[in-house]
Design a binder for this molecule. Sequence first.
Ligand code: KET
Length: 454
Amino acid sequence: MASSVAPLALSASAAAIRENPKRIGVGKRGGNLFFKGKAFGRVSLAVAVNVSRFESVTMAPPDPILGVSEAFKADTSDVKLNLGVGAYRTEELQPYVLNVVRKAENLMLERGENKEYLPIEGLAAFNKVTADLLFGANNPVIQQGRVATVQSLSGTGSLRLAAAFIQRYFPDAKVLISSPTWGNHKNIFNDARVPWSEYRYYDPRTVGLDFDGMLADIKAAPDGSFVLLHGCAHNPTGIDPTPEQWNKIADVIQEKNHIPFFDVAYQGFASGSLDTDAYSVRLFVERGLELLVAQSYSKNLGLYAERIGAINVVCSSSDAAARVKSQLKRLARPMYSNPPVHGARIVANVVGDPTLFNEWKQEMELMAGRIKNVRQRLFDYLSQKDKSGKDWSFILKQIGMFSFTGLNKAQSDHMTNKWRVYMTKDGRISLAGLSLSNCEYLADAIMDSFHNVS
Ligand code: KET
């Protein structure tokens, strides 16, 4: 054992010394120690103890979104606001566990359910209600068994599983993502080794959708590309295509033989209605397209830490759906084996029970309504207090949890450094972390940053 360890230790430490002599204290003195030592093997071992085998591992930067929460926690100021992560808070800025979630959990305790492994594809009752919620229970694709649904680790895990699937079965295809998009999309496709490029989406001049640019870029992409679309409440811009625009997007995608890939992380949070927010996905399905949908319950059921969601693949035949599902399972097994059961049971209990389902819809309307109220109040303060003539009405046109303020990086930094308003550096603020009583403070911070920092 010792003889096999020593040469290894020697080579690792020699490489580290070559690369980084100062950090491991091997200058002249260290060098002397190393070369003058009587027993070469013993000295090499002594060096090995001080030098990590992970010397070449560099420090990763903080995550642009979740890192904001870490920085917020570390701030000891009395006045501070966390508008970074998209997580719903009450008017008192406390995390919120939905009443229907509490009720579903009580049911689970009463039933004394066990903790056995789930099948690789997840809880059957969860997969069923999840596809129903997305496509509508009466949708022919469900009745014909043409949807492969696999429970996965929330929206992110579902996207990652689909990315692995694309990499394996469409190795020459690339994914088109909107510019800008949720920051993690790029990480997901990079890590899965799926090439991606961006299509135009946001027009800073109109603070609206660059619809012509979007269509042109989707048209210009190689036939058979995957087109990642935010099903509703586009993150970070809060700007969604209109129903007519969705139709035109579908035309181009169909014409180009592309495969739509929806990311649905905010169903119910955009309009307050689950059906309205499923419009885009259902339209594409109705037009007979095969497509992918990564779905999340983090936001609409407030199940952030339960990591509960699903990947759905709509296929043109039930046979194809069965094969796709089998391959998704094959990819999931060596990655995480099978998904967690707790969140799946909550969802199955809430969505699958008519009484709880109705209660959920009411709670969701309340959450979406609170965000609309703070959005309005923020706009009111900005438009009343700002005498510069700047038009702030774009804030009211945006939907969902976020407002894309148009503040640049330096201005966003100023928001945090001076005003202790924590937000992402792309100028996005999560209105879900704002209360009516803080709107005036935030409006002052935005005006100061916008007018006094270039
Ligand atoms: N898609 C989008 C568009 C999205 O905004 C998120 C989360 C996810 C997927 C994944 O969420 P999950 O919890 O894996 O189901 N967005 C918020 C949190 C995060 O960045 O992880 C956010 O943008 O703040």
